[in-house]
Design a protein around this ligand. Structure first.
Ligand SMILES: [Zn+2]
Ligand SMILES: [Zn+2]
Length: 651
């Protein structure tokens, strides 16, 4: 073959000589594109421009100006490049550094290093690394790909004292039967890497190193602790600046910082991933719970409470043993406690469903009771590796605002409607007005027949269609027992979070042999819907803290008002004011310190209390307080009796 044909994004064909590369294709289309090209998509797969094109392939050239998925690929390429350039700079500056992996990630890239004994860089060193990176970028060093037999690559990295690379290749050989590996060289640095990369380092137009963190090799806390350096790269300085501003905002809103700062919660070494709720946080918790409970009452749910510890046998029956046991905690009576003959093993519940099924099964049911809606604020425990725990967002013990609806297949669409409505109302109440819906279908690891899966999926789809809701489909992302609808919100910083879920299940009623008496007097199997409006209370509160940056609306603020006596002689009056407001249901405290009123105002600002009530001589004489509202400034003297209405009106 002396000629090949490829297809361009607009469907037009392009003839190229056999052996032509992506760079040749770009050049054939135009010199401008050839200069801008970063990579090429070949039949949907991102490749090096230097890769030879197969005959008949659909191609698109990826540049900094690409749109949609290609735009993500363009950023991915330069961030991958930047990770290699960072490793180049680090190994320049700290000879003897062992390199491990350096992938692009959602907002940037990182690389994990083992620095030579006794030499660990600090945040202050990031600028030095950046300066060295800039030199390599200015030199516009090409990325050169080469391939070599795995055995040779192992020898090479062993000789260079790069044990992480050796281990990676050995794993590839053992697990995937890999025979050949690829290396990429830029300037003095060569990395084991699948690629692809942009043609040269000069394509990185703007980058920034952001932070250092500890990271275990392969996320395994029994392995070496490495130093991870995070950075990001963009096609322009303006894009980078915008990103850095958002990052700064995210730091200010970080619930892991605000939680302890506002005395909401603490995480302690004694119970990793299991938050301790402080008084302020517990108020927040109860308020969130109250809103959820209002939805339960309004929508005909009954609340139940089931044990946290259940017999191991139950988890065999529920299918969790087969599909989930690696994430479960097991407990048994102390073998030294003299409990011979009572060796039953128990498990901490990772989910509330089996408990709900036992409640359903403990009495006989008629079709007239359906849909039977059982809700539970259920405390569940799920093992997570310590390395992946993250504030309230990823924990080992949490409470789900869970519910299980037992109904007939015909009743499913109405129930799904009601759940969707509850979610819309609840999220709006907390200040989230963008909700995205996703329908997830059968995963690879699943139980049940094809027909059951099809009917279950159709039931959910029908409800969404009927509501006229827009939704995305995620193939293969359902749970092992059924398809589901997930609800995602967008927070004040534009980040998307998966929250509530509504999952259909034909399996568990089967396993627990649940039944109801039909109109025909025969026993029938109900369908089960698992649903959570918020998901995990902990996680929701974490997101809520970040969304509001800790500055909650007055109705949600743990402390709604603080009374600030101007000086000690007014302390008694201040206490009387607080007592009167507390009686009216306001969450209020007195700043009793002998500080200046200016200092007390500043501290109340820092504590993000929405209302400050200054109480001095004049106020005491007139039975008022001088009100300062966080968002509206000074409101002047207000009679004590009118303050509750003022706070309520603030929303
Ligand atoms: Zn790489
Ligand atoms: Zn469930």
């Amino acid at each position: 073959m002396s000629e090949i044909g490829v297809i361009l994004p607009d469907g037009s064909p392009l003839k190229l000589p056999a052996g032509a590369t992506g760079a040749d294709a770009a050049a054939a289309i135009g010199p401008r594109l050839a200069a801008d090209a970063l990579g090429i998509k070949v039949d949907g797969e991102l490749r090096d421009l230097g890769a030879e094109l197969p005959d008949g392939a659909a191609i698109s050239i990826v540049t900094a100006k690409s749109k949609g998925e290609d735009a993500d690929d363009a950023l991915w390429l330069i961030r991958h490049d930047a990770a290699h350039v960072m490793a180049t700079a680090v190994t320049d500056l700290w000879p003897g550094t062992k390199v491990s992996i350096g992938p692009p990630i959602a907002d940037g890239f990182y690389y994990d290093f083992e620095f030579p004994e006794g030499e660990r860089p600090s945040e202050a060193d990031l600028e030095r690394i950046e300066a060295a990176m800039r030199e390599h970028i200015a030199a516009d060093e090409p990325f050169e790909r080469s391939e070599l037999p795995a055995a040779e690559a192992i020898e090479r990295f062993r000789a260079e004292d790069q044990p992480y690379k050796v281990e990676l290749i050995e794993d590839l050989v053992r697990d995937d039967g890999t025979e050949t590996v690829s290396l990429y060289r830029n300037g003095p640095f060569t990395d084991l890497c699948r690629g692809p990369h942009a043609p040269s380092t000069g394509r990185i137009k703007a980058f920034k190193l952001n932070s250092l963190a500890g990271a275990y090799w392969r996320g395994d806390e029994k392995r070496q602790m490495l130093t991870r350096i995070y950075g990001t790269a963009f096609h322009s300085q303006a894009d980078l600046d915008r990103h850095q501003e958002l990052l700064e905002l995210a730091r200010e809103h970080d619930h892991r910082r605000l939680g302890p700062e506002l005395d909401l919660f603490r995480l302690r070494e004694e119970a990793p991933g299991m938050p301790f709720w402080l008084p302020n946080g517990t108020v927040l918790w109860r308020l969130v719970e109250r809103e959820v409970r209002e939805q339960l009452i309004k929508r005909g749910y009954a609340e139940i409470k089931t044990p946290r510890v259940l017999d191991e046998e139950l988890w065999h029956r529920s299918g969790h043993w087969d599909n989930y046991r690696e994430n479960m905690y097991f407990v048994e009576p102390n073998p030294e406690g003299g409990h011979e003959g009572d060796e039953r093993r128990f498990a901490l519940k990772p989910m509330n469903c089996p408990g709900a099924c036992l409640v359903f099964a403990s009495s006989r049911h008629s079709y007239r009771e359906l849909p039977l809606r059982l809700a539970e604020f259920g405390d569940v425990s799920r093992y997570e590796r310590e390395g992946v725990l993250h504030g309230l967002l990823r924990v080992r013990a949490f409470t789900q605002d869970d519910a299980h609806v037992y109904c007939t297949l015909d009743q499913v669409p109405d129930e799904v409607d009601s759940i969707c409505e509850a979610i819309d109302e609840l999220y709006a109440r907390f200040g989230f007005d963008q909700v995205r819906v996703e329908l997830s279908t059968r995963p690879e690891k699943s139980v049940g027949t094809d027909e059951q899966w099809e009917r279950a999926t159709e039931g959910l789809r029908e409800a969404l269609e009927r509501q006229g809701r827009e939704y995305d489909v995620s193939p293969g992302e359902g749970t092992f027992y059924g398809p589901k609808i997930d609800f995602h919100i967008t927070d004040a910083l534009g980040r998307s979070w998966q929250m509530g879920t509504c999952q259909l299940d034909f399996q568990m009623p089967e396993r627990f042999e649940l039944s109801y008496q039909g109109e025909d007097n025969a026993e029938h199997r109900p369908v089960m819907i698992h649903r959570a409006l918020l998901g995990s209370m902990e996680r929701f509160i974490g997101i809520l803290i970040e969304h509001h940056g800790g500055r909650f609306p007055a109705w949600l603020a743990p402390t709604q008002a603080v009374v600030l006596p101007v000086s000690d002689p007014h302390l008694d009056y201040a206490r009387r004011v607080a007592a009167e407001l507390a009686e009216r249901g306001i969450r209020v405290r007195v700043d009793e310190r002998s500080e200046s009123v200016g200092r007390k105002i500043r501290d109340a600002e820092l504590a993000k209390v929405p209302f400050m009530l200054v109480a001095g001589e004049r106020e005491e004489a007139e039975a008022t307080a001088s009100v300062r509202a966080h968002d509206r400034g000074d409101l002047g003297a207000v009679a004590i009796g009118e303050i509750p209405a003022l706070i309520e009106a603030a929303g």
